[in-house]
Design a protein around this ligand. Structure first.
Ligand code: URA
Length: 214
C-alpha cells in the first residue's frame, strides 16, 4: 500500500527512540475477503519488503492455501511495520570473540501505539470482509488486553475495534463494526508442536466463515 507522506512522517516521529529498524508496507488488494494482522516484520521482511516472507511466512502460506487463498488475494499487515530488535552481546562460538547481535523481538505496547496510525489508515482504506489477527499482539491491538489468543482463538468477534482518538494520544472504540477472528501466530508452531491440531481447526473455522460469506 502507498501511504500518504504525512502518515509515514507521523509514524516515523512516533517510533523514534525505540530499538526498531526499517519499514515494510502492508501488501494486498483493497476490499479483500481477508486481512491478516501480524506482529512486526523480522529480518527477512526488512530485507525484501515482503510481509511474512520468512520462516513464519512459509507456515502462513500453507495455512492460506489450506483454505483456498493465495497471498495475492489477502491484505497482509501487522501492528508494527518496523523490525523491533534486541541488542545482545555474546561470545561467537567459532571465533571466541565478543560480538553484538540484533535478534528480532516482539514489539512492545508503546511501539504498537507508535505505529497505530498506520493500522488505522489500513483499516479505513482496505475495508476487508474479515480480519484475522495472528498472535496476541495484533489481537490486543484491535480488541484490547482482555482478549488473549489462548482464550479467544478460533472464536469470531463482531463489534468495534480499538483505533486512535482524534488527538492520536489514546485508543478509543471505533464506530464501525468489524469481524475479527483471532488466530495463533504461524510461528507459534515452532515453539509448541502440540498446537498443530488447534491451529488447523482454527484455520478450518476461517475457511468456513469465508465460504459462508459471513
Ligand atoms: N511476523 C509478522 O508478524 N509479520 C511479518 O511480516 C513476519 C513475521
Amino acid at each position: 500500500m502507498d501511504y500518504p507522506k504525512q502518515l509515514i512522517d507521523e509514524a516515523t516521529r512516533r517510533i523514534q527512540g525505540y530499538h526498531v529498524e526499517g519499514f515494510v508496507a502492508g501488501q494486498g488488494p483493497m476490499q479483500p475477503k481477508l486481512m491478516l494482522v501480524g506482529e512486526a516484520p523480522g529480518k527477512t521482511e526488512i530485507e525484501n519488503h515482503i510481509p511474512f516472507s520468512g520462516q513464519a511466512g512459509k507456515e502462513l502460506m500453507n495455512a492460506l492455501q489450506s483454505v483456498g487463498l493465495s497471498r495475492e488475494e489477502v491484505y497482509i499487515t501487522s501492528a508494527v511495520r518496523s523490525r523491533p530488535y534486541r541488542i545482545v552481546q555474546r561470545i561467537n562460538g567459532r571465533t571466541q570473540k565478543s560480538e553484538i547481535v540484533y535478534p528480532n523481538r516482539t514489539p512492545s505496547k508503546a511501539e504498537v501505539f507508535a505505529h497505530a496510525p498506520i493500522l488505522d489508515y489500513e483499516l479505513q482504506h482496505v475495508r476487508p470482509q474479515l480480519i484475522a489477527t495472528l498472535g496476541n499482539i495484533g489481537l490486543q491491538r484491535l480488541l484490547g488486553k482482555d482478549y488473549t489468543i489462548s482464550k479467544n482463538h478460533g472464536k469470531l468477534y463482531t463489534g468495534p475495534v480499538l483505533e486512535l482518538n482524534q488527538q492520536h494520544d489514546a485508543y478509543q472504540y471505533s464506530n464501525k463494526q468489524y469481524k475479527v477472528l483471532p488466530l495463533f501466530h504461524p510461528a507459534a508452531i515452532f515453539y509448541n508442536r502440540t498446537l498443530t491440531d488447534t491451529i488447523l481447526a482454527d484455520w478450518q473455522t476461517l475457511g468456513e466463515l469465508l465460504h459462508q460469506k459471513i
